[in-house]
Design a binder for this molecule. Structure first.
Ligand code: NZQ
Ligand code: ZN
Length: 389
């Protein structure tokens, strides 16, 4: 049975080859000073930075440069962005880049006018926003996180060895997001496939919970099937527009709050993956791929009907003459084949994890209770050891 819920998403999305044409009319809704946020240089190499600057200048905007946002943005970078935003009293934070750039913009949005330390308030104490927020707009260049249409903002504090996401409310969602699938063509294969697995993981972590027959789970299965199909085309031909556009749209739907409506959610792969990230600064999607199979094989017996359904509905496993457990495990084997086909990282050792980090990574993994089994410390250590294969 679906639980009670309210669904609303305030982000205005422009999708397609000409999506950037709509930036002008969005800019007109905000004041004069725009903090232009981007990463380590991909937008300059692709020419997108120049295109966006031209549009900003044509609209008479004052540009406050805020480049160099790193993958897995840090708390120190956040403080720097806040000083800029507050110092120039900016009217709009325009994020041009991937999930890290969008997340960082949202973190600056809630932190610039915050009287307290934002790391402590939003990430350690998980408190709500009480101060004014600065509007965020987004031009997306990397697909996976869903950050373009949600309130998530993940920040890493390497001194404290913690990578933490805060899911902020609707007033922090991007006011608009511009999604042109062609802007993702320049992504290195490693980033494209990491993003593909991030999408898969977002869907699975909302799917593997509850045992009811509800619409949300059918939507999740459809999204997974579309993703698997398009991913196989995109790894062979990264410039296949149909595949890249399907992946981009699937990513948005995977984490724009829809799939979580009316049901419990799991999120343990992300909790473990983020803790791996706090120790290694590894690519987000790869931290998820490296820990997923040991996790799912461990919890499979506790959610057997759903794992059986996943095998049949998503991976087309034949059921004749097999037990439910055999069917369920065959589904996970098919997923493993697909992950290898994508070239995903399957071991945390390959991400730089060493044996002496495992206890700390387990300690840093927040244990949530929405999935089929609430993990013990021993469970976490077992998953991590198996992920060292
Ligand atoms: O920094 P630049 O030079 O732009 O290069 C980036 C970066 O090195 C590059 N890139 C992006 N677009 C490109 C490109 N290179 C060539 N052509 C392009 N078109 O790709 C690299 C990775 O970018 P990044 O933004 O870090 O990747 P992603 O989008 O995967 O974002 C990862 C961050 O998002 C958080 C993660 O934890 C991580 O910090 N997440 C945010 C979520 C949310 N808001 O809901 C949920 C996710 O689960 C995730 O946790
Ligand atoms: Zn993710």
């Amino acid at each position: 049975m679906l639980g009670n819920f309210c669904y609303s998403n305030p982000t205005r999305l422009y999708f397609g080859e000409n999506a950037l044409d709509f930036l002008k009319e969005e800019l007109r809704k905000y004041g004069n000073t725009v903090q232009l946020i981007y990463g380590g240089g991909s937008v300059k190499r692709s020419g997108l930075y120049d295109q966006v600057c031209t549009i900003l200048k044509e609209e008479g905007k004052t540009i406050i440069e805020d480049g160099g946002v790193m993958p897995n943005p840090t708390v120190d970078k956040l403080y720097e962005g806040c000083r800029l935003a507050k110092g120039h009293n900016v009217d709009l934070l325009l994020a041009v880049g991937g999930g890290s750039v969008c997340d960082y913009a949202k973190a600056v949005s809630v932190s610039a006018w915050c009287e307290e330390d934002p790391w402590e308030k939003y990430y350690l104490r998980m408190e709500d926003v009480g101060n004014p927020v600065i509007p965020v707009g987004c031009v997306l260049t990397m697909v996976g996180t869903g950050s373009e249409m949600n309130g998530g903002a993940v920040i890493t504090n390497y001194d404290q060895k913690r990578k933490i996401g805060h899911v902020f409310g609707e007033n922090v969602f991007p006011r608009f997001s511009i999604l042109n699938p062609k802007l993702t063509y320049t992504l290195p294969k490693h980033q494209m496939t990491a993003g593909i697995y991030d999408i898969m993981s977002h869907i699975m972590e909302q799917y593997f919970s509850g045992e009811d027959d509800n619409t949300t789970d059918y939507i999740a299965e459809g999204l997974m099937k579309s993703l698997i199909h398009s991913s196989r085309i995109a790894v062979k031909n990264p410039e296949d527009y149909e595949a890249r556009s399907n992946i981009m749209w699937t990513a948005t739907w995977a984490l724009n709050t829809l799939l979580a409506k009316g049901k419990a959610t799991d999120w343990m792969v992300h909790m473990i993956g983020q803790s791996v990230g706090a120790y290694t600064d590894a690519t987000h999607g790869m931290t998820l791929s490296a820990v997923s199979l040991p996790y799912y094989r461990l919890i499979c017996p506790y959610g057997l009907p759903k794992f059986r359904r996943f095998a049949v509905n998503v991976w087309d496993v034949q059921t004749e003459g097999k037990t439910d457990m055999q069917i369920a495990l065959e589904g996970l084997d098919r997923m493993e084949d697909w992950m290898n086909e994508m070239g995903l990282v399957m071991s945390i050792r390959d991400l730089g994890v060493e044996e002496n980090m495992l206890e700390g990574i387990a300690e840093g993994s927040f244990v949530l209770s929405g999935g089929y089994k609430e993990l013990t410390h021993e469970d976490l250590m077992k998953i991590l050891k198996e992920s060292m294969r």
